[in-house]
Design a protein around this ligand. Structure first.
Ligand SMILES: C[S@@+](CC[C@H](N)C(=O)[O-])C[C@H]1O[C@@H](n2cnc3c(N)ncnc32)[C@H](O)[C@@H]1O
Length: 171
């Protein structure tokens, strides 16, 4: 049975359909105080767009070739090799770079857009939200965005959520 002591995620998840929407979120979701981790940065095209909007950004990719090219093309930005499924390595990367916390995470990994990978996508988001506890994760996943559009939290018959109702004494 769920209870009030049970751990609840506070991270917001923002699903975007394509790279255009993914980059469009920067103006809304990244602010000058943020330290941002991008996962699946390829050659760093989005990383360099995030950079002027935040205090620090680190672009990462599983491919060492991509990271070499990103470093060559954008020497002003920080890049590192990272396999997204190794969340422990992501936490270690933060310590190595003397980063207290990644406040925002951007994820654009090949293979996460289709419906068949929806469960992998949700477990990846949950892992990052649990271990790194960012305020928000922006992810490029058309299936997650579609699924989220179909979800609707039940607010009760009067449309008011239980949480915002005053509990009678002893309830
Ligand atoms: C569509 S590209 C990213 C494009 C980039 N975000 C941009 O905006 O230009 C997808 C990237 O995901 C990376 N990728 C695939 N599996 C990964 C994994 N397990 N961990 C990290 N990156 C991964 C690929 O190497 C590839 O560079």
């Amino acid at each position: 049975m769920p209870n009030n002591q049970q751990f609840k995620l506070k991270t917001k998840f923002i699903g975007t359909r394509d790279v255009h929407e993914y980059r469009q979120t920067i103006g809304t979701w990244v602010s000058e105080l943020d330290t941002v981790l991008e996962i699946g940065c390829e050659w760093g095209t989005t990383t360099v767009q995030i950079a002027p909007a935040c205090s620090r950004v680190v672009g990462t990719d599983v491919s060492a070739d991509c990271i070499d090219r990103a470093r060559r093309e954008h020497p002003e930005c920080e890049f590192a090799v990272l396999d997204a499924f190794d969340v422990r390595a992501a936490a270690d990367l933060a310590s190595e770079l003397d980063i207290e916390r990644f406040s925002k995470i951007y994820i654009d990994m090949s293979g996460l857009s289709g419906y068949r990978s929806l469960l992998d996508t949700i477990s990846l988001l949950t892992m990052y939200a649990t271990v790194l506890r960012p305020e928000a994760i922006v992810i490029k996943s058309a299936s997650l965005k579609h699924f989220a559009n179909l979800c609707q939290p039940w607010r009760g018959h009067d449309g008011v959520s239980r949480k915002s109702r005053r509990q009678p004494a002893g309830d």
